[in-house]
Design a protein around this ligand. Structure first.
Ligand SMILES: CC(C)(COP(=O)(O)OP(=O)(O)OC[C@H]1O[C@@H](n2cnc3c(N)ncnc32)[C@H](O)[C@@H]1OP(=O)(O)O)[C@@H](O)C(=O)NCCC(=O)NCCS
Length: 152
């Protein structure tokens, strides 16, 4: 198993993984588009110096992903910048072996090395497997997004 920084050559594989994240989250949000739903600007996450996109490989196959992006924080907060984490995905046959923890530990380590102390991520309230994984790393629930759909 090999953890490495993603490159442009990984783009096609990463686009497929992105669709796997979309499909994994579809049960949690009926408003995800039926077709052409995308989440990330993958080329920017690879190229820009304020982000790191990591890939965990096994025998040249991607088995897990995750990124961190350093973002400006709200004026009201005591930290000027924070690390935002996303694209956490582990291929189904490799789940429950601590691989997401491996990727996230590396991303948080990179953030710390850039002087970042505070890290955020978004997760669907019903995605208990992911919530458990993040809580094991020390994340705690913070802001709750509320939603009303008056068309229903
Ligand atoms: C969420 C996800 C990335 C976790 O990856 P993983 O490699 O299986 O996680 P880890 O093995 O590092 O698990 C860490 C902890 O998460 C919890 N966890 C993992 N899978 C779980 C499951 N299916 N049910 C309940 N808890 C689970 C456990 O508490 C686990 O700790 P333990 O092994 O000490 O019991 C993976 O399930 C996944 O890819 N899901 C689909 C995509 C997704 O929902 N991504 C998150 C978007 S926010």
């Amino acid at each position: 198993m090999h953890l490495r920084i993603a490159t442009q050559d990984d783009l096609n594989d990463l686009l497929q993984f992105e669709q796997a994240v979309v499909e994994a989250e579809r049960p949690f949000n009926q408003h995800i588009k039926a077709k052409k739903a995308t989440y990330y600007d993958i080329p920017a996450l690879i190229n820009e110096i304020n982000s790191q996109l990591l890939i965990l490989e096994e025998k040249d196959q991607i088995i897990a992903t995750g990124y961190i992006q350093i973002r400006p924080s709200k004026q009201s907060l005591s930290h000027e910048k924070h690390g935002y984490l996303g694209f956490m995905y582990v291929a189904s046959e490799y789940r429950g072996r601590g691989l997401n923890r491996l990727v996230m530990d590396a991303l948080i380590g990179w953030g710390k090395a850039q002087g970042i102390d505070v890290f955020y991520l978004d997760v669907y309230a019903e995605n208990q497997a992911a919530i458990n994984a993040y809580q094991k790393l020390g994340f705690k629930p913070s802001l709750v997004e509320m939603k009303l759909d008056v068309s229903l």
